[in-house]
Ligand binder design. Structure first.
Ligand SMILES: [Zn+2]
Length: 414
């Protein structure tokens, strides 16, 4: 048997691996709470490594715990085609976010084994450590380090809210590998992911061809004030950093509403103040916000309004503000040729597809800095995600899986 144009992945086998994964690290009913570098993460990794070995892959672990399973090509000197996503989840996560993508990459390999097709280029499937950033912030650190955006030592010293250190937890679960966390030559990177938004489900589409990400700007700001008694201190002598932070969060939320008609979004994501007690005004606050919009120029306007709101909010509360960190992601980062290939496969297989922009962060954003990259979205019920009620049927995932299979083989055979 050879690989033919009407080859399809084995959806039942794929679905059973998803169900096995959903047994590890159960959270609230129906969901998962499989935080990175926990015992449950180790159990899931062990299972994935076993599946990779059973599929004949050579498994390597790098120094940040990224797991690579390599299927050799007929010409091992060629750069590999890589497919991946993540097996960790949010604290109130679902069974598909990330997992659908990693296990789809495994199913691609298994399907090729079924028909005995060996591609010209090697295929490497990958599970990225700590995509979610739910235990160790920021997210996507291991794929980021892989492409040179972060240093290994910096990642290893990250501390979780429960006081654990990334490097020590990685060692404890036995996944501090020897392979350097550094991308070599990669021909292409594919990632399949559930949409995490409502569009495909609402429009009853089979597949989303991801053309890029919403341009997104974020900021971490420190507000500095002065502690004082809440009773006797007159309003004009107050420097309450908690209020400066709170004003900034609500100002940014308002920016989201102002641009909502064009699908702009703004998030007040975090506010931490000190001492944050009754009876005393807070002298420091740290706040995190972000804005995003499908149109790059509008996203820039929203970002500028967010920036000005920092200083206005600080002034209203008699405080000083300092922007500690700023970031940008998204835009037209995906490879035009790969996007075209994915679109062509979706058309050829008669799926109901549409172009779509990603609104969430993904490991693929970092890979796109290093090599040609593209993503495939599958529908999920109501767009519900980062929630135990995240839900998909096999029929939601099969079209995306088949598009992935054929797109990968087309790329790996050239
Ligand atoms: Zn994800």
């Amino acid at each position: 048997m050879t690989f033919s144009a009407d080859q399809r992945a084995n959806i039942d086998r794929y679905w059973s691996t998803i169900e096995s994964s959903a047994e590890i690290g159960k959270g609230r009913t129906g969901g998962l709470s499989r935080l990175t570098l926990t015992d449950d993460d180790r159990r899931m990794r062990d299972l994935f490594v076993n599946w990779c070995r059973e599929a004949g892959l050579t498994v390597e672990i790098d120094e940040l715990g990224n797991i690579f399973g390599r299927r050799e090509g007929t010409d091992p000197t060629l750069a590999p085609v890589m497919i991946g996503s993540h097996l960790d989840t949010q604290i109130n996560g679902g069974r598909f976010d990330g997992i659908a993508g990693v296990l789809a990459s495994l199913e691609v390999v298994r399907s090729l084994n079924d028909c005995g097709h060996v591609t010209k280029r090697p295929i490497v499937i990958v599970d990225w450590t700590n995509e979610e950033g739910a235990r160790f912030s920021p997210p996507m650190v291991a794929s980021g380090c892989f492409v040179g955006a972060y240093e290994v030592d910096w990642v290893k010293q990250l501390v979780s809210d429960d006081g654990a250190r990334f490097g020590e937890e990685l060692h404890r679960i036995g996944y501090d590998g020897h392979k350097p966390c550094k991308a070599g030559d990669i021909d292409a990177y594919f990632e399949l992911h559930i949409e995490q938004g409502p569009i495909l489900d609402l429009e009853k589409r089979d597949v989303g061809v991801v053309t890029g990400g919403y341009p997104s700007y974020g900021m971490r700001v420190r507000f500095n004030g002065r502690t004082a008694h809440t009773g006797p201190t007159p309003m004009d002598l107050r420097h309450n950093a908690l209020i400066a932070g709170a004003r900034w969060l609500t100002a940014v939320d308002d920016i989201g509403w102002d641009f909502a008609v064009g699908d702009g979004k703004a998030t007040g994501a975090r506010l931490a103040a000190w001492p944050n007690k009754p009876g005393i005004l807070s002298d420091t606050a740290q706040a995190i916000c972000d804005v995003r919009h499908p149109d790059p120029a509008t996203a820039r306007v929203m970002a500028e309004k967010m920036r000005r709101a920092v200083f206005e909010s600080a002034a209203r509360a008699g405080c000083e503000a300092e922007i500690e960190d700023e970031w940008f992601w998204g835009g037209d980062i995906f490879d035009g040729e790969m996007v075209g290939q994915i679109r062509a496969e979706a058309k050829r297989m008669n799926y109901n597809w549409r172009d779509i922009q990603s609104q969430a962060g993904h490991d693929a954003y970092f890979l796109a800095r290093h090599c040609p990259t593209a993503m495939i979205f599958t529908p999920c019920k109501g767009g519900i995600t980062h929630n135990n009620e995240e839900s998909c049927d096999p029929s939601d995932l099969a079209p995306g899986l088949n598009v992935l299979l054929h797109s990968v083989v087309a790329r790996a055979d050239r």
